[in-house]
Design a protein around this ligand. Structure first.
Ligand SMILES: [Fe+2]
Length: 438
C-alpha cells in the first residue's frame, strides 16, 4: 500500500497553483479539446461475440486473421480454475500453438508486464488472448502494444506514444466491470513507488472480445456487486459528461438499463446465465461510452480512496457515487430525468412530474441498489488530515481528464469526503453495538 505522503496518483500530476477560477478555465479548455479529440480521432469498437460459444468464435476470428501462435495472458487463479483450458483445448483442436503466461497480478507492475513481453517475444507469438479481469486485460494491452512497437512498456506511458499497430489482441473478460476489453487505455504500476501510470492510444483497443456467461458464473457475490457498480458508474458518468453524444448516450443508457435490471438478480443467483450475459454486455457498453465521453468526480475521488485506503475500485465507486449524484443533481436534473424515463427506471407520473422529482427518484434507486448489494460504506483508516491532498488530486484528475457537468471546488470535494467518513463511522459504530448486543 502506498504511503499517505506519497499518494501515487497525486505524484503523477502537478498539483501546484490550483486556484478555482484558473482551474475552471483550464478544465473547460481541456474538456473542449477532449471533445474535439473524440470527434476527430476514430476509436474502433472491438468485434463482440456473446454467448456460450463466444470463445470459439473469437478463436475462429483470430485464426482467420492469420494467427498461428497465440500468447495467452491470464492470472494464476484463473489458470488453476482451468478457465483458460476451454480456449487452449479449442486452439489444440485447430492445431494452433499457444504459450500461457499466468503471472499477472492485481494492479500489474512494469516487471510483470516486462516478463510477459519477454516470454511472448521468446515464444515468437503473433497474437494475444487475454483471459481475466481489468488487470489482466490492461497488462495484455501493454504487452501487445510493446511487442507491436518493439519498445518497452515504459515508453508507451502517456498519450498516443505508439507509432505502429498493437500486436492483434483478443479479450475474454472474466468479470463484468471495467469494460477494459473495449477501451483505449491501460494502467500499469511502478514496482517500487506503486505510482500508477496510464497509457492511452486508440491503437490499444482490442480487435475482439468474447462475453461468455459460463466463464463469469463462478464470480463471488461481493465481486459481482463491486464490479457491477463500476459498470453503473461508467455509464452514469458518461451520460452526465459534457462530452456525451448520441452515440455515447446509446451505450450508457443501455448499460444503466441492464445494470438496474440484472445486477441484483446475478448478485443473488450467480448461476443465472442470462443475467451474467446481460451484465457482461453492459460492462462492454459502459467501456465504449466512457472511451469517448469520459468519466467524472466519482472515479476521480474513488481512485484516491483506492490508493489511500486500499479499497477495491468498484466498491470505492459505490461509496462515492450517491454523493456525486447529489451534487450533480442541480446541473443534471433534466438529463437524469431523461435517463430515468429512457431506461424505464420511472414510469409516467410514478415519481412526480418535474425533472427534479424524477432525478431524485433515479438517485434514490441507485442508493437502493447499492444497499441491496450489501456494499458497506466503511472506509477503514480514513483521516481528515488526508482530505486536502485527496481533494487536490481528485480536482486535478478531473481537470486533466474529464468533461464534467459541473466543476467542484476543493472544499466541495472535501465536503463529500466528510460525508463519506461520517457514514463510515456510523456504520462501524452500528456494527460494534450489534456485536455487543450479540
Ligand atoms: Fe471504473
Amino acid at each position: 500500500m502506498p504511503s499517505k505522503k506519497q499518494n501515487p496518483i497525486t505524484k503523477l500530476i502537478n498539483t501546484d497553483g490550483l486556484q478555482h477560477a484558473g482551474y475552471l478555465a483550464v478544465a473547460k479548455t481541456r474538456a473542449k479539446a477532449l471533445k474535439a479529440f473524440s470527434y476527430v480521432v476514430p476509436i474502433r469498437r472491438p468485434m463482440l461475440f456473446v454467448g456460450e460459444t463466444s470463445c470459439e468464435d473469437l478463436c475462429d476470428m483470430l485464426i482467420s486473421e492469420g494467427s498461428s501462435n497465440v500468447f495467452i495472458v491470464t492470472d494464476a487463479v484463473l489458470n488453476k480454475l482451468s478457465i483458460s483450458a476451454k480456449i487452449a483445448d479449442y486452439l489444440d483442436s485447430k492445431n494452433i500453438s499457444y504459450h500461457v503466461y499466468d503471472g499477472i497480478t492485481p494492479d500489474p507492475t512494469f516487471t510483470v508486464v516486462e516478463e510477459g513481453l519477454s516470454q511472448s517475444i521468446d515464444a515468437q507469438c503473433d497474437s494475444i488472448i487475454a483471459i481475466g479481469g481489468g488487470s489482466v486485460i490492461d497488462a495484455a494491452k501493454m504487452i501487445a502494444m510493446a511487442q507491436g512497437n518493439k519498445c518497452t512498456p515504459q515508453q508507451l506511458i502517456g498519450l498516443f506514444k505508439a507509432k505502429k499497430p498493437s500486436m492483434p489482441l483478443y479479450c475474454v473478460p472474466t468479470t463484468a466491470g471495467t469494460g477494459s476489453e473495449a477501451t483505449l487505455g491501460a494502467v500499469v504500476s511502478d514496482d517500487k513507488t506503486h505510482q500508477k501510470a496510464l497509457s492511452i492510444d486508440p491503437k490499444m483497443v482490442p480487435l475482439a472480445a468474447a462475453i461468455d456467461p459460463t466463464i463469469m458464473q463462478g464470480m463471488p457475490a461481493h465481486i459481482t456487486a463491486d464490479t457491477g457498480i463500476d459498470v453503473l458508474t461508467h455509464a452514469l458518468e458518461s451520460w452526465m459528461s459534457a462530452n456525451a453524444s448520441v452515440e455515447t448516450d446509446y451505450y450508457a443508457a443501455s448499460a444503466v438499463k441492464s445494470v438496474m435490471e440484472y445486477l441484483s438478480v446475478v448478485y443473488k443467483d450467480g448461476g443465472n446465465l442470462k443475467a451474467r450475459e446481460e451484465m457482461g454486455i453492459a460492462a462492454h457498453y459502459g467501456g465504449i461510452a466512457f472511451n469517448k465521453a469520459g468519466l467524472g468526480y466519482v472515479h476521480a475521488i474513488a481512485h484516491q480512496l483506492g490508493a489511500y485506503y486500499s479499497i477495491p475500485h468498484g466498491r470505492a465507486n459505490a461509496i462515492v457515487l450517491p454523493y456525486v449524484l447529489d451534487v450533480n443533481r442541480q446541473a443534471c436534473q433534466k438529463r437524469l430525468a431523461e435517463l430515468a424515463k429512457k431506461t424505464g427506471m420511472v414510469k409516467d407520473g410514478q415519481a412526480g412530474n418535474s425533472d427534479a422529482e424524477i432525478a431524485d427518484h433515479l438517485i434514490a434507486q441507485v442508493r437502493e441498489l447499492i444497499a441491496t448489494l450489501n456494499i458497506s460504506p466503511t472506509v477503514k483508516g480514513m483521516q481528515s488530515s488526508d482530505f486536502d491532498s485527496i481533494a487536490k488530486a481528485a480536482a486535478k484528475e478531473v481537470s486533466d481528464t474529464y468533461a464534467v457537468p459541473t466543476y467542484l471546488s476543493k472544499s466541495e470535494i472535501k465536503d463529500i469526503l466528510i460525508k463519506i467518513k461520517q457514514a463510515s463511522e456510523d456504520r462501524m459504530s452500528k456494527n460494534e453495538s450489534n456485536d455487543e448486543a450479540a
